[in-house]
Structure formats: structure tokens, C-alpha cells
Write a protein that binds this ligand. Structure first.
Ligand code: PMP
Length: 285
């Protein structure tokens, strides 16, 4: 039996799951999205993801036509229809079908799409050996423009960064903000461990407030580690003892090289691996 996809209240076989070419999500990237993981039937950090989705929508002045509990039910129904116990859930809410031209008022009602599938961002071996990342020339969108806090369908900023890192044969693209401070990677937040302290860029660095990021900060605090949100430069990263990235799809992935500089011992760090083990315990609980 093939995969079923939810579109605005109905489930369709994957091949028939279609939306209009006049949808403003397609025409202008006008919409928002979320990525959520299901581990052994447990939808991880569901409330946080739902809240972020509705906040992203509010930030772009889009009213999602169903309530949060209705959205949760739609997600669960889709998972059940697909008999999935482990999955990656992609929720997309677009402005809806409209006319050519930017005006969102010309769109009928927002379209809600729920895809439940699998995702593998990085090969498994990289969780054991670590990832190599490079700083790219594409600057992260500044919060005074399209705030990266909004998980919008406009991901070109990140895609341009990703293209650069692929050209450099690196596993991920490290993006700086307009002031030259470290922001985040194309699809993950970044952390370093240095002088017994866990550091990550603050909200003001122009980043998505990652749900995995929040979870890792809490895990580290529970381990008695000092955690600080602090602006940092590439120099700070080069002299880190450990470095890792966080994201719903990536979970926690060690970084062992940045711009050709070896980080720490060149192997995934102890704290990184400890946090990864604790994160995995949490997700499978
Ligand atoms: N930054 C960006 C740009 C992302 O796309 C993601 C992935 N959603 C993250 C950070 C990590 O966020 P989360 O932990 O909520 O998945």
C-alpha cells in the first residue's frame, strides 16, 4: 500500500496528492512549515513544533484555518493511515491558491499539507566520524529582513549556502550573519564546547530557534554543564574543544573540521557523544 498524504482535510495516495500551480506557496514561497520526528509512536516535542508553526504563520500574517488540537489530530490520522511508528513529519501551510501577483488577499484559503515519510540528512558513518563544515559567503538573512525565527517556505538563503558547501565537498554550510558573527548552518543550529562551557549563538545572531537546540541546552544544564548563548566568531570555533550541530532531522551530529581546521582531537568529542546518547534516550522514551 502506497504512502498517503494529507491535504486540507483529506488523505490522498502520494501520486494524487497535488496542489494548484497558482498556490502562492509555490509561486512566491508564501507559507510556513515544520519538521517533526516520530520515534516508536512518540511524536517528539509535538507541542513545541505546533507552537512554532502557529507562531511562524502569525509572523507572516497567515491564519491557519484549523485549531492546534485539529492539527494534532490531522497529524495523528495521517500517521495512522500510513501505519507509521517511526517517521519524519513535514507540515506545510501555504497561503493557498490565488491569482498571479503578490497580494495574499487574492488567495482563497490556506492549504495544509502533511507528509509523513523518512528523512536521512547525513550518512550514519558521520555520527561516528564527525562532519566537516565550511563557512560560506552567503550571509544568513538578518532578523530585520526575513527573520530566521520564522520557518517560512522561503529557504533560498539556506539553499544558496548549501550549494556552496556541496561545491566545497563539505557536509554542511556554516553561515555568518551580516556582522560576521556565527549564525547557524543551512539546516541546523551550531554549538561549541570550550573551557568546560557549552556555547551557542543567541537569538540576536539571526537564527532559527531550534527545538533540538533548546532540548540540548536543557540536557547540558541537567548534566551540570554551564551553557551560554553568546556571539562568536569563526576564530572562537577554530579553538573549540568540541563542536556539533543540532536539528530535528540531524539530531546531534559531531563536527570535526571547520574550514580545514581540525576541531579538538579531530574525533567526535566526549560531551557531544554524551549529549547524543542522552538525546536518543529522550526521543525513544
Ligand atoms: N536552523 C535551520 C535553518 C533549520 O532549518 C533547522 C531545522 N529545522 C534548524 C536550525 C534546527 O531546528 P530544529 O531543532 O527545531 O529542527
Amino acid at each position: 500500500m502506497g504512502l498517503k498524504v494529507y491535504i486540507s482535510g483529506k488523505l490522498f495516495p502520494k501520486e494524487d496528492a497535488k496542489i494548484s500551480v497558482f498556490d502562492h506557496g509555490l509561486l512566491y514561497g508564501d507559507g510556513v512549515f515544520e519538521g517533526i520526528r516520530v520515534y516508536n509512536q512518540n511524536i517528539f516535542a509535538l507541542d513545541e513544533h505546533i507552537d512554532r508553526l502557529y507562531n511562524s504563520a502569525r509572523a507572516i500574517d497567515l491564519t491557519i484555518p484549523i485549531t492546534k488540537p485539529e492539527m494534532v489530530k490531522a497529524i495523528k490520522d495521517t500517521l495512522e493511515a500510513n501505519k507509521q511508528t517511526d517517521a519524519y513529519i513535514r507540515i506545510v501551510v501555504t497561503r493557498g491558491t490565488g491569482k498571479l501577483g503578490l497580494d495574499p488577499n487574492k488567495c482563497s484559503t490556506p492549504e495544509i499539507i502533511i507528509i509523513t515519510d523518512m528523512i536521512e540528512l547525513y550518512p550514519k558513518a558521520l555520527y561516528e566520524n564527525g562532519l566537516e563544515i565550511v563557512t560560506v559567503t552567503t550571509i544568513r538573512n538578518h532578523y530585520s529582513s526575513l527573520d530566521p525565527k520564522i520557518k517560512s517556505l522561503n529557504y533560498l538563503n539556506n539553499i544558496l549556502a548549501k550549494i556552496e558547501s556541496i561545491r566545497s565537498n563539505a557536509g554542511e554550510a556554516l553561515m555568518l550573519n551580516k556582522d560576521g558573527y556565527v549564525a547557524e548552518c543551512s539546516g541546523d543550529n551550531i554549538f561549541i564546547f570550550k573551557n568546560d562551557t557549552l556555547l551557542t549563538p543567541p537569538e540576536s545572531a539571526s537564527i532559527l530557534i531550534g527545538i533540538t537546540r533548546n532540548c540540548v541546552m536543557k540536557l547540558a544544564k541537567d548534566m551540570g554543564i554551564t551553557v551560554r548563548e553568546e556571539l562568536m566568531t569563526r576564530y572562537d570555533l577554530y579553538f573549540a574543544d568540541e563542536c556539533f550541530l543540532t536539528g530535528t532531522a540531524a539530531e546531534i551530529i559531531p563536527v570535526v573540521k571547520i574550514d580545514g581546521r581540525t576541531i579538538g582531537t579531530g574525533k567526535p568529542g566526549k560531551i557531544t557523544l554524551d549529549l547524543l546518547a542522552r538525546y536518543r534516550l529522550l526521543t525513544t522514551k
